[in-house]
Write a protein that binds this ligand. Structure first.
Ligand SMILES: [Zn+2]
Length: 325
């Protein structure tokens, strides 16, 4: 079963408000920051009400109406802060709800790109999992941590900035994708608008709690997937390594993988991991790339090999966390 324990820390509201103005960890709080914290402390109830409402509104990625409903909930609050609201539709062929984009144009400062998402992994036919408070700092419910909690942190931080007069000059795009958990494909279409707008900004901040509670994620590992498909001339093993027959597919797979390892294994931030390999005379791999089968004989030069990462490999990236606790 997919029962997922999720939680949400009210402390994070405080920490993330400091995010916009803190320049170093554990810095002495400025009076502007103290005002932000005071605002958040005084407005935890409406923040938690927004969280409750959004968690109790199912927005599984494929529940298009549900995703739009949660988007409308956030849009209403952001509009009150002077944000211009847009709904970016994805092409019909992608069968996704689209994305909420809220833009605030100011006269100075860096351009911020704040990232949230509206959808969850829970589709309407799954158990409801309503918002349930467990104790004074922990609650469970569909998407309460991933990532409606983060969405509410972002919105509350913006409300605090607005209430303390610090939002009016800021340039902010708050971007809430509607298909983060299960992106429409091709990704180039699903993320085209997102990437284009991100490129107009100076700083991007994700509000999903990948850094754990009490952390702000300043960067994340990127990921890509890859498959190596090899075909080779087959023949009797007595002819292997000859000019006519070559080395066969299995040796070639080994050569390629070892070259990856030799040339790239010391690359900073880069990891890559072949999770599955099959080779022989007859091979098959299921479409998910998680299972394969092969048959072959020692006296036949292997004509086919396939290598795939089981789930993810990682492209050059950086990962760091800023702590405001
Ligand atoms: Zn998420």
């Amino acid at each position: 079963m997919y029962v997922i324990f999720v939680f949400f820390s009210m402390r994070k509201l405080l920490l993330c408000c400091g995010l916009f103005v803190a320049t170093q960890t554990h810095a002495q709080l400025t009076s502007s920051e103290e005002k932000l914290i005071a605002y958040v402390n005084a407005h935890l109830d409406p923040a938690l009400q927004l969280l409750t409402n959004s968690v109790n509104s199912n927005s599984g990625t494929l529940n298009i109406e549900g995703v739009k409903k949660v988007g409308a909930l956030y849009a209403a609050d952001l509009q009150k802060l002077g944000f211009a609201i847009e709904w970016v539709n994805e092409p019909d062929s992608l069968h996704r709800a689209g994305h909420l984009v809220a833009t605030h144009i100011g006269k100075k400062g860096k351009k911020l790109f704040l990232i949230g998402h509206l959808d969850t992994v829970f589709e309407p036919d799954m158990p409801a999992g309503p918002y349930t408070v467990l104790n004074d700092s922990t609650a469970t419910g569909q998407g309460v941590n991933d990532m409606k909690g983060g969405d509410v942190v972002m919105i509350t931080a913006l409300q605090a900035l607005n209430a303390t007069g610090q939002l009016k000059d800021m340039n902010v795009i708050a971007y809430f994708t509607g298909d983060e958990e299960r992106s429409g494909t091709p990704h180039q279409l699903a993320r085209r608008d997102f990437i284009a707008r991100a490129k107009t900004c100076d700083i991007a901040l994700g509000f999903e709690s990948a850094g754990g509670l009490d952390h702000v994620v300043a960067a994340r590992r990127g990921a890509s997937s890859w498959v190596v498909d090899i075909t080779a001339t087959s023949g009797h093993s007595a002819m292997i390594f000859s000019d006519k027959y070559g080395d066969g597919a299995i040796y070639e797979a080994a050569r390629i993988l070892n070259t990856f390892r030799e040339q790239l294994s010391s690359e900073q931030y880069l990891t890559f991991n072949p999770g599955l390999i099959v080779g022989g005379s007859e091979i098959s791999v299921d479409p998910q790339g998680a299972h394969g089968s092969a048959s072959g004989k020692s006296n036949i030069i292997s004509p086919a090999a396939k290598v795939s990462e089981l789930r993810r490999s990682v492209v050059p990236s950086s990962s760091s966390f800023a702590t405001f606790a």
